[in-house]
Design a protein around this ligand. Structure first.
Ligand SMILES: NC(=O)c1ccc[n+]([C@@H]2O[C@H](COP(=O)([O-])OP(=O)(O)OC[C@H]3O[C@@H](n4cnc5c(N)ncnc54)[C@H](O)[C@@H]3O)[C@@H](O)[C@H]2O)c1
Length: 395
């Protein structure tokens, strides 16, 4: 075989760090991706998004000749193992879009050969791994299909690929053995379960996080409605009290995974997932809550409102499903002018941080980038749900 591993979707946030790390561990890796522009960027030694510590390793494996690229699926046939990292989005009715995965598998099926190992890495709807296994069987292709979910925190993949335990599942004994051997290059802490258990473990984890953020956001709004600063209560709850150690701070909870995965779990359970749906309403409702609080105090139509931080989370350039953009949309209807800035995000509609700070009457910190801790904003209304300025979170 020309390649040990083919990473399908290998220029993405999940695929690229994994491809690099497997190449670092000595594997001959080929990235197959349909995004030519990103292939060119990665081939030149640049990571197209923020990923801590990834670029020097990318340069190293390119120099050593262990990372290859293709925009054609025939590299799948030339690889011992394929790792598929194509997501299952949810549609406008919040139902998973299986046809995305079906099309990918239909297109790739001719390139797989008897006995090949295919590892599904992106989060999938429970039971989808089995369906994919059936599609291969019906087409007369006996491959070893595994589901080994990615659990890294975007931006920390290089560190976490080696520090997190890896969940392994497969439909064959050989699939479990070969997947375990592959991931043991990264971690010795392997957990072997059945495919549907692995699918649910991933979805339960993400929904759990999403619900925890919703609890913090609900409490924040409750305190604020009673004209109390949530952070005084937060401090009282968490100071030297181990049982609330993992209580998150309130703030915009968004991004490409948590919302989508919670809704997938709801769809899986016949839409009977009250906690998940409630979490979605609370988290998605926070931008509107901020604006409605401001409207009680000010005539926003006469004011300029600035938003600092457009990424979906701190120290990130990723704007996928960012609630900062939802806030921007609401304010574009309600306010005189909306000015947005983010030092990490490339978006031509943004202005400089200085412009936001100088020209806005009200400033909303929407992503808690560490650099905002240094801001000294005087004589302006500041909304700081994360309490990054350490002045409290009251609106
Ligand atoms: N981003 C995260 O932190 C994270 C963490 C854990 C799990 N996941 C899961 O991983 C999935 C992928 O997430 P991501 O952030 O890497 O997405 P992404 O959009 O960054 O990457 C997907 C890549 O696949 C490529 N691609 C799309 N269709 C293709 C096709 N038919 N053939 C070949 N390449 C194709 C795209 O060009 C892109 O480079 C998510 O849907 C999620 O389920 C993501």
């Amino acid at each position: 075989m020309k390649f040990d591993i083919c990473v399908i979707g290998g220029c993405g946030h999940v695929g690229l760090p994994l491809a690099i790390m497997l190449a670092v561990k000595g594997k001959n890796v080929c990235i197959y991706d349909t995004n030519d522009a990103n292939i060119a960027v990665v081939q030149s030694g640049t990571i197209p998004f923020f990923e801590e510590g990834a670029e020097p390793l990318l340069k190293q494996v390119l120099k050593e000749g262990r990372l290859h690229f293709s925009n054609k699926p025939d590299v799948v046939s030339e690889s011992e193992t394929a790792i598929l990292i194509i997501g299952t989005p949810v549609d406008e009715h919040l139902n998973p879009m299986f046809r995305v995965m079906k099309k990918v598998i239909d297109d790739l099926l001719p390139y797989f050969y008897e006995g090949q190992l295919l590892i599904l890495r992106s989060t999938v709807y429970p039971g989808l791994s089995k369906r994919i296994n059936d599609w291969f069987c019906e087409a007369g292709k006996n491959i070893h299909l595994s589901f080994c979910p990615e659990r890294i925190l975007e931006g920390k993949a290089i560190e976490e690929l080696e520090s997190l335990p890896q969940i392994i599942s497969s439909f064959t004994k050989e699939g479990v053995e070969r997947s375990s051997e592959l991931f043991s290059l990264l971690t010795k802490d392997l957990i072997v379960v059945e495919p549907m258990e692995a699918e649910l473990a991933k979805l339960f984890t993400n929904s759990w996080r999403y619900m925890k953020f919703a609890v913090a956001n609900q409490f924040y709004m409750m305190a604020n409605d009673y004209h109390l600063d949530f952070y005084n209560i937060y401090h009282a709850m968490t100071h030297n009290y181990s049982r609330t150690k993992d209580f998150p701070r309130p703030g915009f909870a968004a991004g490409p995974c948590l919302f989508k995965d919670t809704m997938q779990l709801a769809a899986f359970n016949n839409n009977n997932f009250h906690l998940g749906h409630t979490a979605m309403l609370i988290n998605e409702g926070l931008p509107n809550y901020v604006v409605s609080c401001l409207k009680k105090e000010y005539d926003l139509s006469e004011m300029k409102v600035g938003i600092l931080g457009m990424a979906f989370k701190a120290e990130s350039d990723d704007i996928r499903e960012s609630l900062s953009y939802k806030l921007k949309k609401i304010l574009e209807i309600e306010a005189g002018l909306v000015l947005c800035a983010d030092p990490y995000v490339k978006d031509r509609s943004l202005v400089s941080e200085e412009t936001v700070l100088q020209e806005s009457d009200i400033i909303i910190i929407a992503a808690p980038h560490k650099r905002y801790k240094q801001l000294s904003i005087a004589n302006k209304k500041v909304i700081d749900i994360w309490n990054i300025l350490n002045r409290g979170g009251k609106i």
